[in-house]
Design a protein around this ligand. Sequence first.
Ligand code: FE2
Length: 378
Amino acid sequence: MDKAVEVHKDNRSIEQEGDFLKLNSIDHLEFWLGNAKQATVFWKNLGFKPVGYSGLETGNRSHASWVVEQNNIRFALNTPYGPHHPMAAHTMIHGDGVKTIAMTVDDVDEAWRETTARGGVAVEAPAEIRDENGPLRTAAIQCYGETLIRFVERKNYDGPFMPGYQSLQDDPAVASTGLVGIDHIVGNVELGKMNYWVDWFHKVLGFRQILHFDDKVIHTEYSALMSKVMSNGSGRMKFPINEPAEGKKKSQIEEYLNYNNGPGVQHIALLSGDIISTTRELQNRGLEFLRVPMSYYEALPDRIGKIKESYDDIADLGILADRDDEGYLLQIFTRPIQDRPTLFLEIIQRRGSQGFGVGNFKALFESIEIEQQRRGNL
Ligand code: FE2
């Protein structure tokens, strides 16, 4: 392996560390934003069906909430009705973004007890809400910045999303773009805080570190960052954590921290089983992606070798590829999905590789820096 793309793998088994928390899956991500109704149209355009709604018409006087789904991905899009709701100050300070990472558990009370006993800061004690579809239990703890982790126990609930939500009729106009699940959720934290949050994910949630990339690996001529990847026992939930590193100019992580006014979710990686058709569809629908120089594609077949996809399609669409000893992956990154240069999306297809595209970091970060320069933020 090329020294410039050296990856540090950590193969300690989860049994050695104790997977005390049975986290089943990402239940949903809750966004706090300025206009949930318009955000719903954005996600519909990306192939997400509105399935649930809570707001004035359902007796919710505090905020509107639209729930959208595509396969195993579910987002709740929330907006306050007035300035006194905590969401109002939050969106003023941080802009639109992910407030809560919700995880499905078998037993909320146990998840709450275990995590708070291990140092997790309590935000919402276990509570039960119910309607005619049964009871649903939730509890929440504080994660990086103002981000929350909420545990959701829905085994006895069979309504659309949560009690208080009204089901929405299937909208046949929404066509899937082939996004099937959440692959990983990346957090940006302040300089010097990465190891604190790595330890926190380990100690409080029982995650283990599976990879780390140091600033010798992730750097361009101007800026650098460091990243460690935490995973739960099943390997289904992966949380890379980034911090800025010293460079000649401002790193993309610092730009994020400035505009988000603190740590938070930097990108959500969405899995596709066919990234060629997903990306083509998303581009046709107007989603903006980052592009690397065409010279990247001249070197690509030699670097990656034989793949099932056409290199011409990959170059046309601006998709990136990387290979490691387990296989390869294909990935592409959007521009920020709101005006502040904060949250963006990644589309990823895995063909064996469980990595994060380290071989693409340099080309990718150089293209991010061109965008930063245009924003006057480099
Ligand atoms: Fe990623």
